[in-house]
Design a protein around this ligand. Structure first.
Ligand SMILES: Nc1ncnc2c1ncn2[C@@H]1O[C@H](COP(=O)(O)OP(=O)(O)OP(=O)(O)O)[C@@H](O)[C@H]1O
Ligand SMILES: [Mg+2]
Length: 443
C-alpha cells in the first residue's frame, strides 16, 4: 500500500487498531503499544516500535545485571555449604542453606531470536555497457493503457528505484523487461545481460504442493544441486523446515525461499519487485546490505522508503502512463516530488482564488455607503465594550453573592438590578448580531 495513504487512514481512525507489520516507519507513526512474539513468548510494551526497541534493550541489560548478581550470590552460598558440610557440627546449617538455595527463583534473561538469513549476490559475468535500451514502449491491458511513450536507457551498474502509486505500471514494466508479457515498441537487453527476477507475487510462482527442498532441487543445476541444503540453511530453512509444503509457508518464509531460489540461476542484473514484502526487519537489513554490496545492475520496485534510502542513485517515478527520471536517491525524489505537488496545488489555488475574488474587486462603495459602514463599525465596537463591562459587573456580583449571600442580597432592589443587568446583556447581544449582519452586507 502507498505509505502516506495508509498512514492517513490509520491516523484518523478513532477506534482500536491491531497492526501486524514489519514496516518500522509505519509502525512508529501509527501505534503506541508493541507486542513482541519471540520464541513462543509474548512481551507487551506500552510504547511505539522504536521506543520499544530501546526499552527492550534496556530491560535486557538490567536483567543481565541482575542475573550476574544472583549468580554471584549463589556461588557464595555454595561455597558456604561446602565449608559447613566439612564440619559435623555445622551439618544442619548446610542443610538449611541448601533448602534456601533450592527455593531461589533463578532470574531469566529474555531470549533473543538471533537467527537471521545470510545472503550474497554475486554477478555471473561482466555484461556490456548498455543493459536495457527501449524506445516508444507502450502497454495496455484491453482498453486500459498503462504505459505510453516510454524511452529507457539503463547503463551497467545503475541502481534504479521504480517508485509510484499502486497501479501505475511498475510491475508491468518489470514483467516487460523479463519478457513475461507482450508489449508495443522495442525493448532490447544488452550484450551478455543475464537477469535475475524476483516477482511481486511470490505465492503465484511457488507450486503449493511441492516442498521447500523439492522446489529448490528442481530449480538447481548439476553444479549447485549439492549446495541446496546449505543454501536453504542460510535462508533459515534448517532441519525439517525443508520438508514443508509451499502452501503452508508464512509470507516471509515464502519470500526467503524465492530469494534463495533466485541464487540458483546466474545473473548480473537484478530486477526485484517488492522484495521486502513480508520480510521482518532483521531480514530486510540483511537484504539491504547484500544489495548494497552487489556489483551488478539493480532495478528495485519498492514502496519502502527506509529500505530504498542509500540503496539507489536514480529514481524512475511512474505517473499517468509516463516515467520521469530523477537523478538522485529516494529522498531527492521525494523532495522534488513534493515541490512538484506544491506547484500544482499552488496553480490550483491561484485559479480558484482568482475566480472567487474577482467580484470583490468590482464592488466599489459610494462615499455615503462608506460613511455608513464606518458608523456601524463604531457602533459595534461600543456594544462590545458595553457587554464586556456589564459581564464584569455581573461576575463581581456573583462572587459577592457566593462570599456573603445575606449581606449582598439585602441591598435595596438588589434582585431587580441584577436581573436588569442580565436583561441588558441579552439586548446588547441582539443588537450586536443585527449590527454585525448590516456590516457584512457591505462585503
Ligand atoms: N493481467 C492484467 N490484466 C488487466 N489489467 C492488469 C493486468 N495486470 C495489471 N493490470 C492493471 O495494470 C495497472 C498497472 O499494474 P501494475 O501491476 O503494473 O501496477 P504497479 O505499479 O506495480 O502497482 P503496485 O504498486 O500496486 O504493485 C493496474 O491498474 C492493474 O490493475
Ligand atoms: Mg507492482
Amino acid at each position: 500500500m502507498n505509505l502516506l495513504y495508509g498512514l492517513r487512514i490509520f491516523k484518523n481512525y478513532s477506534g482500536a487498531i491491531v497492526l501486524v507489520s514489519h514496516d518500522k516507519m509505519f509502525l512508529d507513526n501509527v501505534t503506541n503499544r508493541t507486542i513482541e512474539i519471540s520464541l513462543g513468548q509474548i512481551y507487551d510494551y506500552k510504547k511505539p516500535y522504536s521506543q520499544f526497541l530501546e526499552l527492550r534493550a534496556d530491560i535486557k541489560e538490567k536483567q543481565l545485571q541482575a542475573q550476574k548478581n544472583q549468580e554471584k550470590e549463589i556461588e557464595q552460598t555454595q561455597k558456604l555449604i561446602e565449608k559447613f558440610r566439612a564440619k559435623a557440627s555445622k551439618a544442619s546449617m548446610a542443610q538449611s542453606l541448601i533448602k534456601k538455595l533450592d527455593k531461589v527463583e533463578r532470574i531469566a534473561v529474555d531470549q533473543d531470536d538471533n537467527a537471521v538469513m545470510n545472503v550474497r549476490f554475486e554477478i555471473s559475468k561482466e555484461p556490456g555497457k548498455i543493459i536495457v535500451e527501449a524506445e516508444d514502449l507502450a502497454k495496455s491491458y484491453g482498453d486500459k493503457q498503462v504505459l505510453q511513450n516510454v524511452d529507457l536507457l539503463i547503463e551497467r551498474n545503475s541502481k534504479i528505484a521504480f517508485v509510484g502509486q499502486n497501479g501505475q505500471g511498475k510491475s508491468t514494466l518489470a514483467k516487460m523487461m523479463v519478457g513475461e508479457i507482450p508489449y508495443e515498441g522495442s525493448l532490447k537487453l544488452g550484450h551478455n545481460v543475464e537477469v535475475g527476477y524476483f516477482a511481486q507475487n511470490q505465492s503465484e510462482y511457488l507450486p503449493p504442493e511441492k516442498t521447500v527442498l523439492e522446489i529448490m532441487e528442481e530449480a538447481a543445476n548439476e553444479t549447485n544441486r549439492v549446495k541446496v541444503r546449505d543454501m536453504l540453511g542460510a535462508f533459515l530453512f534448517g532441519g525439517e523446515a525443508v520438508d514443508k509444503k509451499a502452501k503452508v509457508l508464512s509470507g516471509g518464509e515464502r519470500n526467503r525461499l524465492a530469494l534463495c531460489k533466485l541464487l540458483l540461476s546466474p545473473f548480473n542484473v537484478l530486477i526485484m519487485d517488492e522484495p521486502t514484502n513480508h520480510l521482518d526487519i532483521a531480514s530486510k537489513n540483511v537484504l539491504k546490505k547484500a544489495l548494497q554490496n552487489f556489483n551488478g545492475t539493480l532495478i528495485l520496485v519498492s514502496h519502502d522508503r527506509e529500505f530504498l534510502q542509500g540503496l539507489t542513485s536514480t529514481v524512475y517515478g511512474f505517473k499517468d502512463r509516463e516515467i520521469k527520471e530523477y537523478l538522485g536517491d529516494i529522498d531527492y525524489f521525494l523532495e522534488q516530488h513534493q515541490l512538484e505537488n506544491l506547484r500544482e496545488a499552488e496553480k490550483r489555488t491561484v485559479v480558484k482564488a482568482g475566480k472567487k475574488e474577482a467580484p470583490k474587486d468590482v464592488v466599489k462603495l459610494t462615499r455615503e455607503q462608506e460613511k455608513k459602514l464606518k458608523k456601524l463599525k463604531n457602533k459595534l465596537g461600543k456594544i462590545e465594550s458595553q457587554i464586556a463591562a456589564l459581564e464584569e459587573e455581573i461576575e463581581q456580583i456573583d462572587i459577592a453573592l457566593a462570599e456573603n449571600y445575606e449581606v449582598t442580597s439585602s441591598e435595596v432592589d438588589f434582585f431587580k438590578n441584577y436581573k436588569a443587568k442580565k436583561a441588558k446583556v441579552d439586548t446588547l447581544m441582539e443588537e450586536w448580531e443585527v449590527t454585525e449582519e448590516q456590516i457584512s452586507s457591505f462585503n
